[in-house]
Ligand binder design. Structure first.
Ligand code: G4P
Length: 529
């Protein structure tokens, strides 16, 4: 049974990620959130595209050149008696696979929307992924210091396009140069905005009560009147906050503010602490493991190389599902059925790697990986179960990779297999010839692979066109049918980095025909690790 201390450690944790379209303000919000966590004295050190400062998580020159964050990093900070884990997801759509898998490791998400633009593509896609697990979503409408779209229209758009009910928790008073602050519907309080305070935690100035004449003085009577009128409409036309619906992923509380002006971010954080779920259990092949089970368990959702050029090792990011990590403890590496002693897991206090004494369910720990850990691996207190639901997505882009120096074939294959175990790319080896085909979800992955093959494996490689446009992992309930399929379709079959059989098709039509011709074979778009 869990002790009181153990339960309170777990209950005070909140593990979340930010989902948004590029440029909506994810990085800026991350900075401000860390500022509130007092993790950074002064916001502005996560990323500064113009100033030439870069996030501590930036790890490759290429990333710096392009000014995008390729990596997923993890930040832990205290906020109001709680411990918050924020998992940063790569914003660039080329890294969507990593992003998807990161979303399996959180218990809630913050959706950031540029209020001048509304719902954008990438947000739509990411919301689909959060739907797979009904992850609770908090919404932040950003950039109120600019001219934005009609707030009511924004809520409508979220409701219809993302199919989630909106419950405004704060409501904006003006926008752009006229932005005066927000009215907090649950606190019946107006919080006033002051410009030029983005780098600090502002002193809160507020007016209690919607009919308070001080409100008219503070924001001007025209805007105060407009607010009162809008509120009547809003209350009638939108939903009230409902905790149960929020936890079921059916309703999102909506906050308005400006990340750049550091206004409203704290309202959102207060909501996160109050409503977002404490660490949740996860499904295994044999049933669910709850977060307050005493034994340690966790799964690897991300493997990353060279996070810090000073440490040239690979780190496996493990989400603790249950129990507690203690330095020097033994864990069962479930896939290989062996116990390993871990004395050097790292944590990620606001981006710095620190050696860790203990960690609890909901936390992310970094395990040093010397080649034995793959994405999707489970670590347990001693049983051999495995967590489910950490997907690989069928790539959409393919290239043949070729060596400049043919003598390095072995190195190339080793590099590609390791990179595919990290989830950086997928590799396919056709049954019918000696080609090596690299498959990616986003085009930037190809460049990363060549750069890393050179830097880490001393292999010079280049790409050639290959006539493959899609891939599916193939399965069958009948070994006989699968064997037959293997013989007949050999020209289109390949093994991936983990030796799983895949059908690689030159065209979508070819794939469709194969599906019709072999009804006993399942063609899957995702593969679980
Ligand atoms: P991302 O990580 O989601 O891609 O977005 P990021 O935070 O980098 O923000 C994208 C741009 O939007 C940045 O400007 C940032 O300063 C700006 N921004 C973020 N929040 C707000 C806000 O509340 N109000 C306004 N007016 N702008 C905001 P940039 O010029 O593209 O980049 P930078 O050089 O300032 O970093």
């Amino acid at each position: 049974m869990a002790t009181a201390n153990f339960s309170s450690e777990i209950n005070k944790r909140r593990t979340f990620a930010i989902i948004s379209h590029p440029d909506a303000g994810k990085t800026t919000i991350t900075e401000k959130v860390l500022l509130f966590g007092r993790a950074l004295q002064k916001a502005g050190t996560v990323k500064g595209k113009k100033s030439g400062q870069h996030a501590k998580s930036d790890w490759m020159e290429m990333e710096k050149e392009r000014g995008i964050s390729v990596t997923t990093s993890v930040m832990q900070f205290p906020y109001s008696d709680h411990l918050v884990n924020l998992l940063d997801t790569p914003g660039h759509e080329d890294f969507s696979e990593d992003t998807y898998r990161t979303l399996t490791a959180v218990d809630s998400c913050l959706m950031v929307i540029d209020a001048a633009k509304g719902v954008e593509d990438r947000t739509r896609k990411l919301m689909e992924v959060t739907r797979l697990r009904d992850t609770p979503i908090i919404t932040f409408m950003n950039k109120l210091d600019r001219d934005i779209r009609d707030p009511m229209e924004l809520l409508d758009e979220v409701e219809t396009e993302l199919n989630i009910a909106c419950a405004p928790v704060s409501w904006p008073i003006g926008c752009g140069k006229e932005f005066k602050g927000v009215y907090h519907l649950l606190r019946d309080e107006t919080i006033l905005y002051k410009t030029g305070q983005g780098h600090t935690i502002q002193e809160v100035r507020s007016v209690k009560g919607i009919d308070n004449p001080e409100l008219d003085e503070a924001v001007g009577s025209a805007l105060a009147e407009q607010l009162r009128e809008e509120l009547e409409l809003v209350v009638g036309a939108s939903h009230e906050f409902d905790l149960e619906l929020f936890l079921a992923g059916e309703l999102t509380p909506v906050f308005f503010g400006t990340a750049l002006g550091n206004f409203g971010v704290d309202h959102m954080l207060d909501g996160l602490i109050q409503w977002a779920p404490a660490p949740q259990g996860r499904e295994t092949e044999e049933g669910k493991v709850e977060a307050d089970s005493a034994g340690f368990s966790g799964f690897v959702f991300k493997i990353q190389a060279n996070m810090d050029p000073k440490h040239r090792d690979r780190i496996a990011f493990c989400r603790i599902v249950s129990g507690k990590y203690e330095k020097g403890m033994k864990m069962r590496h479930s896939r290989i059925g062996k116990d390993v002693r871990i004395s050097d897991a790292v944590t990620f206090l606001a981006g710095d790697r620190e050696l860790l004494e203990e960690a609890y369910a909901g936390d992310i720990i970094g395990l040093h990986n010397h080649g034995t850990i793959r994405i999707g691996d489970t670590f347990t207190w001693g049983d051999n179960f495995r967590f489910t639901g950490i997907p690989n997505f069928a790539p959409e882009l393919f290239k043949r990779i070729r060596l400049k120096d043919p003598l390095k074939q072995k190195q190339l294959l080793k590099g590609l297999i390791q990179l595919s175990e990290e989830g950086a790319v997928q590799v396919f080896r056709p049954l019918a010839n000696n080609d090596l085909i690299v498959g990616a979800v986003g085009v930037l992955q190809f460049d990363v692979v060549v750069a890393r093959l050179k830097a880490e494996y001393n292999v010079d490689a280049l790409y050639e066109h290959v006539n493959v446009s899609t891939a599916r992992w193939v399965y069958s309930d009948s070994d006989k049918k699968l064997d037959e399929f293997r013989r007949k379709a050999e020209q289109n079959l390949a093994l991936d980095g983990g030796d799983n059989l895949a059908y690689i098709a030159p065209t979508m039509v070819n794939l469709q025909l194969a599906q019709e011709r072999y009804p006993d074979i399942q063609f899957k778009h995702t593969r679980e690790h």
